[in-house]
Design a protein around this ligand. Structure first.
Ligand code: IMP
Ligand code: MG
Length: 181
């Protein structure tokens, strides 16, 4: 049985606003690292679309890598458990690393990834998150250096973000309302 008929989507961030903000972040990164190389690490799969757009607005020497974690399972609530399911292909020692994530929610995922990456001695480690839900933060010491939008405590999909692997292809970021369980 498909529940999709009962799910409701409401646009929160339009594609035009997202494109504009992504361009601003790219310019900011370009200014911050002038004359240097940056190594962008995308957190699969949610950050893939943000990363693809962001990297094309960064006017520097850039390299890419990806990591994958699982923290949410199929639902909308965090399990509190983070597992590294795909590691980097290459060393990050001495590199200016920017960890690119779709959303900073409780902070468990990024907190965990930052701990793992710091042990590998990058020259610099920053976080770029398209979305930030500050009300949900559990890891109070996890902050994003580059944030697209602060959003209220609602479950959102689109522009890479999913609900049970669906909706990643939406061009806008939308609030998803689910039928009562
Ligand atoms: P955190 O570890 O709680 O900060 O959650 C980070 C991960 O949870 C993100 O990378 C997303 O995959 C997922 N997540 C958190 N909030 C949402 C949401 O509103 N929509 C879709 N995925 C979300
Ligand atoms: Mg994710």
């Amino acid at each position: 049985m498909s529940a999709s008929g009962k799910e409701h989507l409401k646009v929160l961030l339009r594609r035009s606003a997202i494109q504009k903000r992504v361009g601003e972040i790219g310019k900011q990164i370009t200014r911050d690292y002038r004359g240097q190389r940056v190594h962008l690490i995308g957190v699969l799969k949610g950050a893939s679309i943000f990363l693809a757009d962001l990297v094309r607005t960064v006017n520097l020497e850039v390299s890419l890598d990806f990591m994958a974690v699982s923290s949410y399972g199929k639902g909308t609530r965090t399990s509190g458990e983070v597992k590294l399911s795909k590691d980097l292909d290459t060393s990050i020692e001495g590199l200016n690393v920017i960890l690119v994530e779709d959303i900073l929610d409780t902070g468990l995922t990024l907190g965990y990834l930052c701990r793992v990456l710091k042990q590998r001695k990058p020259k610099d480690l920053k976080i770029a998150a398209l979305l930030d839900k500050p009300d949900r933060r559990v890891m109070k010491d996890v902050h994003a250096d580059y944030v697209g939008f602060q959003i209220p405590n609602e479950f959102v999909v689109g522009y890479g973000l999913d609900y049970a692997e669906r909706y990643r292809n939406l061009k806008d970021v939308c609030v998803l309302s689910l039928p009562p369980e």
